[in-house]
Write a protein that binds this ligand. Structure first.
Ligand code: C2O
Ligand code: CU
Length: 503
């Protein structure tokens, strides 16, 4: 009787290749369980058409999971924008309830910003237009309806935005989308026995135990043995990640939320809070044939971060929780270099014009606390829980401000401000680390810590429509850990913000 190896030997070559292919794909699917990373398609302007609708997708063999998506069954296309370009958005709402869509990080007028006041009723289309004023970076878009943001994002309504500009285009950086410039939207889901998404309102927000990148479970990206650029976005409702490579090699952070850094920052670990983005370069030269893993070393998150090591007073973690453990985010399979790929990490990137503290017109305190004494009091900012009809702060057009964020209650909160990018002046009295020294729109503020940032409100006065600032843990945001600010032109006469429509 022929043994297995004889069967292989006696097989005609074409059959051998076929069998190996079948054997390999069976192995690839059943043994390692990895799935090729989904790369969202791109959409180029100047007209962008997005339709939000309920859908379903087969994440598990033979089962449809109910989802929401933009133009598809989950997440949305990657919008490619060019600085200086005038764009027209068409955002159709086909889900059965009102929602909004916010261009997270972008510097646009408040009426185009997609905050909770810019409601898109079901069956209608919202059509903001604006000029792209931002420098090259990675932004994202997601719903922002008050009390519903968490669920809408979690069920699949999120997409990436890539802004390009001539300064970035002249740098020796990987920028072939999906080839050596990879969108990495990191989220965590939880499924029930029917393989449907579990969503629970409340607390910091839903945390899952199943990692998804671009909506792919057990994702695997195939990368050339060259320099690769990953655009990391923490699109999770309430999980902080501590990213690192399984071989403990360094990677090079080149961009933070609002743009490129002055020079690449060499890191072994990168903490990424909900809403934050980071662009990193990974040099895989000479490593064809290897497999490594982008991990979250969440056992190193020991300061109360959501998704980190549970603290003494935390409620017990649910069975199967990955909080505080080290887990795989994205497997990286290295193949031969891509032709014309970039080799080497640039020495310098861009000039980040520093905003000197002496130029500030005022200091604005932001106290992250509860709305009152007692254990049941809701989280609030400056004592106020978000109210659709209240303006919490008024900023004068043209001013430079220092915002002083004091976290006096609860765990770490990722503080996010619409409209502007800021520069961190200090964190707990210390200058920010290099990876936080560029333009930012989200900053994780630890309990007992004061973070001060400086920013300028140079455009877009509007006495009617406010911008938001809030905690980007979507459970906290939906519970009202959010405030509204107007930018007004002090030279203009009438201020009508008391006439905000009742909702
Ligand atoms: Cu990314 Cu106001 O949210
Ligand atoms: Cu919070």
């Amino acid at each position: 009787m022929a043994n297995a190896s004889q069967i292989w030997v006696n097989m005609p070559p074409y059959l051998l290749r076929l069998s190996l292919l079948i054997a390999f794909s069976l192995f690839a699917h059943s043994a390692s369980g990895q799935n090729a990373l989904h790369i969202p398609e791109t959409m180029e302007g100047p007209v962008y058409t997005l339709t939000m609708a309920p859908s379903s997708h087969q994440f598990f063999d033979g089962v449809q999971t109910d989802t929401y998506g933009f133009n598809g069954s989950y997440l949305g296309p990657t919008l490619i924008l060019h600085k200086g370009e005038a764009v027209q958005m068409h955002v159709a709402n086909q889900i059965a309830e009102p929602t909004t869509v916010h261009w997270h990080g972008m510097h646009v007028a408040s009426e185009d910003d997609g905050g909770p006041h810019s409601i898109i009723q079901p069956g209608t289309v919202w059509q903001p237009d604006f000029t792209v004023l931002d420098n090259a970076t990675t932004f994202w878009y997601h719903p922002h309806l008050h009390e519903r943001t968490g669920e809408h994002v979690y069920r699949g309504l999120a997409g990436m935005i890539i802004v390009r500009n001539p300064v970035e285009s002249q740098l020796s950086l990987s920028r072939t989308y999906g080839v050596d410039d990879i969108p990495v939207v990191i989220q965590d889901w939880q499924f029930d026995d029917q393989r449907q998404l579990i969503f629970r309102q409340g607390g910091a927000g839903q945390r899952g135990n199943t990692m998804v990148v671009n909506g792919t479970l057990e994702p695997q990206a195939t990368l050339g043995a060259n320099v690769n650029r990953l655009r990391l976005l923490n699109g999770s409702n309430s999980r902080v990640y501590m990213l690192g490579l399984s071989d403990n090699n360094v990677f090079h952070m080149i961009g933070s939320d609002g743009g490129l850094l002055e020079a690449p920052v060499q890191l072994q670990r990168l903490r990424l809070a909900p809403g934050e983005r980071a662009e990193v370069l990974i040099d895989l030269a000479g490593r064809s044939g290897e497999t490594l893993t982008l991990m979250s070393y969440s056992s190193e998150l020991t300061r109360g971060e959501p998704g980190g090591v549970p603290q003494a007073n935390d409620p017990p973690t649910p069975p199967g929780s990955i909080d505080g453990t080290d887990f795989s985010v994205l497997q990286l399979v290295v193949v031969d270099p891509v032709t014309s790929a970039i080799q080497g990490i640039p020495q310098t990137l861009v000039t980040v014009e520093e905003l000197p503290e002496s130029t500030a017109d005022r200091v604005r305190p932001m106290r992250l606390d509860t709305a009152g004494p007692g254990p049941g009091a809701p989280l609030a900012i400056n004592g106020a829980v978000f109210n659709m009809n209240v303006i919490n702060e008024v900023v004068n057009l043209g001013d430079t401000e220092i915002w002083e964020i004091d976290n006096v209650r609860g765990g770490p909160h990722p503080f996010y401000i619409h409209d502007v990018q800021f520069q961190i002046l200090d964190r707990g009295g210390e200058p920010p680390p290099p990876e936080e020294s560029g333009w930012k729109d989200v900053v994780l503020v630890y309990p007992g810590e004061r973070v001060r940032f400086i920013t300028q409100f140079l455009d877009f006065a509007d006495p009617d429509t406010p911008y938001m600032y809030h905690c980007h843990l979507l459970g906290h945001e939906d519970d009202g850990m959010m405030g509204a600010f107007l930018v007004i032109d002090p030279a203009a006469t009438s201020i009508t913000y008391s006439d905000l429509p009742e909702t």
